[in-house]
Design a binder for this molecule. Structure first.
Ligand code: GLY
Ligand code: MN
Ligand code: MN
Length: 463
């Protein structure tokens, strides 16, 4: 059995007696006029099928029987658009029970949905498919007098699939490791290219480094960047969602690169911040060491049995210690370390969280809290205890316990905008350090340390 067949069996086992799951792939997206964006399958659909073509849909019943609707063979279309597997080959190639042309979807699919209790469908994935589903249910409802029953409820299949995808199997881990290895090479290439260009007095812009990253991703077989690469020189690093633009990179600048490739459907997500000319200045090093210490503290608490929030809390504590020690937060104004943490005085300099799940999607699916099932409302806060004007987090259920097979990023940062309250030597320094962490049975394994992270290792690499 392939891992895709195993996953279909697993999902089938989670469906209720007489339930059916409908999992469409992603629609094609128009970019402009008759040009589409490069096609990227839907992650849930690919996870269950390994099938990359557009215009496809999987039906699965609780017995584990599966039907794939896919594009029919069509010589004329295949000459223009490329090879199609076709429904004749699909059962043998993908191990599905049956396959039909997607052109017959509306004709055939309702019969497979009839007399099933609940229909599971991933909400929010494919707006076009939603219309199909509503039409099919309407059609079945109209046949009620012939003894046909329409599914009486539609449930969100994401809640089942997210939990499955949260724990990576050995094959997924291997692919994620390869994606991280490629991204690490790309970061190294960009760092070295940057130092060399400046040594040779060449004009250098952010997009030149992006080009190095993309070249390295692609030449190692990555299909796409996992997200738009951030290459931010100098003050641009303080803009969290900056991307690689046209700003010049000058000697003396720090450069923040947040870039990762996607390999066979799996994302990597790495950030490094380095001095453009290869040597940190003293103030840059102060902030860098503070962020690195925060990352080390976070990594030290990342293990099975810890919670998702633990690395964040560990990072925040070390960042706050650093902000106070460096005089960026003034003790006489903001009080002790505990005051700074409790009153979140650090949020002007650290405004994002330390981690997110990583997998097929860069911000991968999976609940961040301990009560993943929406059907299990036992732990919901009673209305009588709920204060709707408080931050949501104070009403939130407990943070998720980490388990072997989960992959999360660990990415503390500090972003220091000019302010009269902050020593001027730190103005416009933006630093983030991001690695990808696999929870193992006894601890944590960093998948992305093919690219150095210590000050001396970075300086040596760029020398
Ligand atoms: N690159 C996106 C993120 O770090 O969350
Ligand atoms: Mn990230
Ligand atoms: Mn990132």
């Amino acid at each position: 059995m392939t891992s895709f067949q195993n996953r279909r069996q697993h999902l089938a086992s989670l469906l209720g007696q007489g339930d059916v799951a409908v999992i469409p792939t992603a629609p094609e997206q128009s970019r402009n006029r008759d040009s589409n964006y490069p096609y990227r399958f839907d992650s849930y659909f690919y996870y269950l099928t390994g099938f990359e073509e557009p215009n496809a849909l999987l039906l699965l019943n609780h017995l584990g029987e599966s039907i794939l609707f896919c594009q029919p063979k069509d010589l004329e279309k295949e000459i223009w658009e490329g090879y199609r597997l076709g429904p004749e080959q699909a059962p043998q190639k993908l191990g599905v029970t049956k396959s039909f042309s997607v052109e017959d979807l509306d004709k055939i699919a309702p019969a497979f949905l009839s007399n099933h209790a609940s229909m599971w469908y991933p909400f929010g994935v494919n707006p076009v498919m939603k219309e199909h589903l509503e039409r099919w249910i309407d059609e079945l409802s109209r046949k009620v007098r012939t003894g046909v029953r329409a599914p009486h409820s539609i449930k969100n299949a994401c809640h089942l699939l997210d939990e499955m995808r949260l724990i990576k199997d050995a094959q997924e881990v291997q692919t994620m490791q390869k994606a991280c290895d490629i991204s690490s090479l790309a970061h190294i290439k960009a760092m070295q290219f940057c130092a060399q260009a400046l040594q040779n007095h060449k004009e250098l812009k952010e997009y030149h480094l992006e080009a190095e990253l993309l070249h390295e991703f692609r030449r190692h077989g990555s299909e796409f960047p996992a997200y738009s690469s951030i290459v931010a020189a100098g003050a641009n690093a303080c803009v969290l969602h900056y991307r690689a633009d046209q700003a010049p990179i000058l000697s003396g600048d720090l450069v923040l690169i947040d870039a990762g490739c996607e390999l066979h459907g799996y994302a990597s997500d790495i950030t490094r911040t380095f001095p453009a000319n290869g040597r940190f200045t003293a103030p840059q090093r102060d902030i860098y060491e503070c962020v690195l210490n925060a990352q080390e503290a976070a990594i030290a608490v990342t293990k099975p049995g810890a919670t998702f929030n633990d690395p964040h809390e560990a990072s925040v504590r070390v960042l706050c210690e650093g902000l106070l020690t460096l005089g960026i937060l003034n003790k006489s104004v903001h009080g002790t370390l505990e005051d700074v943490i409790e009153h979140r005085k650090y949020t002007s300099f650290y405004m994002h969280r330390t981690s997110h799940w990583l997998g097929m999607d860069v911000h991968d699916c999976g609940s961040y809290v301990q009560t993943p099932s929406p059907d299990n409302a036992d732990n919901a806060t009673p209305w009588s205890d709920l204060d709707p004007l408080k931050p949501w987090s104070s009403n939130a259920p407990t943070s998720r316990t980490l388990e072997a097979g989960m992959v999360l990023t660990i990415e503390p940062g500090l972003y220091i905008r000019p302010s009269p309250d902050v020593p001027e030597k730190y103005w416009n320094i933006g630093i983030r350090i991001e690695d990808d962490a696999l929870i193992t049975p006894h601890g944590v394994q960093l998948l992305s340390r093919g690219v150095p992270v210590n000050v001396s290792d970075i300086e040596q690499l760029m020398a």
